[in-house]
Design a protein around this ligand. Structure first.
Ligand SMILES: *Cc1c(COP(=O)(O)O)cnc(C)c1O
Length: 381
């Protein structure tokens, strides 16, 4: 299914998120090579971490991805509407009443409790089958069956007619640095649980981007059994943690750009923006950029971030507003020639990397790309 590139008039719409589909292709190929012989389940929840699931998932499918993961039933249905025919696992726990939608759209249910197992068994029939994947909690402390409950639930699901168990999985709580002892502990719990189960077993998975990039020890082959990994953030060219920045040659997919809308000179002692948190220590050339926290550029970046203008980083001064922020171009004598209409790079090529901006905002890159504001259109390149 073809999607037209959004017709964005850059004079009308100053802030856009550019999405490089060629970089997405490079990343998925890199991760598939790294994961082999394990298969890759592409995590495209939260609208593909803000990159647009309807445009990115078909590209991933073209690159051979046959399994996807989303957070909610609606996200799964949206993938089907975008033409995705592969398997789609909904990672969230289903609420009673949602199961018929899974059946209707062929979505995989996360069986993460005994109650969900019972509801799934009751509903599935040869005429209305249901696909299920069992989640076991090996230490994340979120969704999932206790390891000791897996054998009985698995047996129950196998007895039910019309119910296909297509995976058995868990989720790492850490896996952000190569020497993470808790990751090894979770793997050991998962492996011990699997060894205690009667076969044949469905495909197994536990590793996210961190698990995949960290080392092959995090997702070792299990006696030749089919394995899957579930990278999310790495697909989009972002390391899950600074320690893993060099683990694979990934390319950032998103660049957030805006425009300068006004440039002025302030006298020494003039204050900038709400709350007067910055005062010009000298005569100052100031650029006003048309992006603020409603665009997903957090207020926490006030007086800490830098923005790229003509390839050079300039400090954000004063409080970031809902729709604008201000940049110090330096003293008028030496300030770079910046004009209204010039491109301002909030993150990505020509500006600071997303991971740096996340550090400045005291958060992680995941949150920044997932929270790009709804008025910011994506431009696919
Ligand atoms: C979000 C998520 C992933 C992907 O995690 P990344 O760190 O982005 O690779 C994998 N598995 C589950 C269960 C998740 O919730």
């Amino acid at each position: 299914m073809a999607f037209p590139t959004l017709p964005v008039d850059r004079a009308r719409t100053p802030t856009v998120a550019e999405v490089r589909l060629d970089h997405l292709r490079h990343n998925i190929r890199t991760l598939q090579r790294l994961a082999a012989p394990a298969a890759v389940m592409a995590v495209v929840k939260a609208d593909a971490y803000g990159h647009g699931a309807a445009r990115t998932a078909p590209v991933l499918a073209e690159e051979g991805i046959r399994q996807f993961a989303v957070a909610t039933v609606d996200e799964g249905v949206a993938l089907r509407e975008a033409g995705i025919t592969g398997r789609i696992l909904v990672l969230g726990a289903p609420l009673p009443g949602a199961l018929p939608t899974y059946q209707h759209h062929g979505l995989e249910v996360n069986v993460c409790s005994q109650a969900i197992a019972e509801a799934a068994c009751q509903l599935a029939s040869p005429a209305t089958p249901l696909q299920a994947q069992l989640e076991v909690d090996t230490g994340m402390g979120r969704l999932g069956l206790a390891p000791e409950d897996v054998p009985s639930v698995l047996a129950q699901l196998r007895e039910a007619t019309g119910l296909e168990v297509s995976g058995l999985w868990s989720h790492y709580a850490t896996a952000t640095s190569p020497d993470d002892a808790f990751t090894a502990e979770q793997w050991a719990r998962f492996a011990a649980m699997v060894r205690g189960l009667p076969g044949p077993l469905p495909p197994l998975h536990i590793g996210h981007s961190g698990g995949l990039l960290m080392s092959s020890e995090a997702t070792p082959p299990f006696n030749g059994h089919p394995m899957v990994v579930r990278p999310g953030i790495a697909l989009y060219g972002i390391a899950p943690a600074p320690a893993l920045a060099d683990a694979a040659a990934l390319r950032p997919v998103m660049r957030l750009v805006s425009h300068v809308t006004q440039v002025k000179t302030l006298p020494a002692g003039a204050s900038v923006s709400y709350g007067r948190t910055w005062t010009a220590p000298r005569p100052t050339r100031l650029a006003i950029v048309a992006a603020g926290y409603a665009d997903g550029y957090p207020r926490a970046l006030s007086n800490t971030a830098s923005i790229g203008l003509h390839g050079v980083l300039h400090p954000v001064v004063g409080t970031v507003c809902m729709d604008m922020c201000m940049v110090d171009l330096g003293p008028p004598e030496t300030a770079r020639a910046v004009e209204p209409g010039d491109t301002a790079v909030l993150f990505g090529t020509g500006g600071p990397p997303l991971s740096k901006v996340a550090t400045w905002a005291d958060t992680i890159p995941y949150e920044l790309c997932a929270r790009i504001g709804p008025r910011v259109p994506k431009v696919y390149i």
